[in-house]
Design a protein around this ligand. Structure first.
Ligand SMILES: [Fe+2]
Length: 207
């Protein structure tokens, strides 16, 4: 969600993999929930930026120095979807209209690819935050609860994250979005927190 004329709430240029961790071979599908003309917080993409690996930054990526081609974007309508690689540098734009911008995004990867432990453990559950049990509390049936326990996940430690070496091949035989946090990735929300947490980890580790 992007509020009108609220630059402080923007999620500036970043790569989703900075927050998601695990394998870089994951993909985001971003969809506005209404027609979204220029000036209402559209999405901008840095062309071919996924080819340049994970960018090491202590904050958001500077748009003017981000690797890749041109920044591209524009009007996107309800029913459209933008799909991009987890290393693609992208950014929300400021809404100068008088309307909120609502969007949703889902992330997909093969379960052949490594998963960050952060994706299956809620970060604040030890402090009384959300847990899987509270997440599932109001679900009417049990079929899909803990579905990720039934796939052979390969957990990737954070220390060796974010490159393509060691990838174990495999076909994209099943995709599974492992995020259960609402998946709102581009507008100063839970994903922004994940990106900032990742940047803090990188800084602490000297990366
Ligand atoms: Fe994002």
């Amino acid at each position: 969600m992007i509020f009108p004329n609220c630059p402080g709430a923007l999620l500036h240029a970043h790569q989703d993999n900075a927050g998601i961790a695990g394998s870089s071979e994951s993909y985001t599908v971003w969809m506005p929930l209404h027609d979204c003309p220029q000036g209402q917080g559209t999405l901008e993409i840095k062309e071919a930026s996924h080819l340049f690996g994970l960018q090491t930054t202590e904050g958001y990526i500077k748009p003017e120095t981000a690797p890749g081609g041109d920044w591209v974007g524009g009007r996107i309508n309800a029913g459209d979807a933008v799909m991009f690689h987890s290393l693609t540098v992208h950014s929300s734009t400021l809404s100068t209209s008088d309307r909120l911008r609502f969007s949703v995004d889902c992330r997909f990867q093969s379960y052949d690819e490594a998963v960050s432990p952060l994706e299956i453990v809620f970060p604040n559950q030890a402090k009384g935050g959300r847990t899987w049990e509270t997440t599932y509390a109001d679900w009417k049936q049990d079929d899909w609860k803990y579905y990720w326990r039934n796939v052979p996940l390969r957990i990737k430690p954070l220390a060796g994250r974010n490159d393509r070496t060691g990838r174990e091949g495999g076909q994209l035989r099943k995709t599974a979005s492992l995020r259960k946090d609402g998946g709102t990735g581009c507008a100063g929300d839970s994903h922004a927190g994940a990106v900032r947490a990742s940047q803090a980890r990188n800084k602490k580790a000297g990366r």
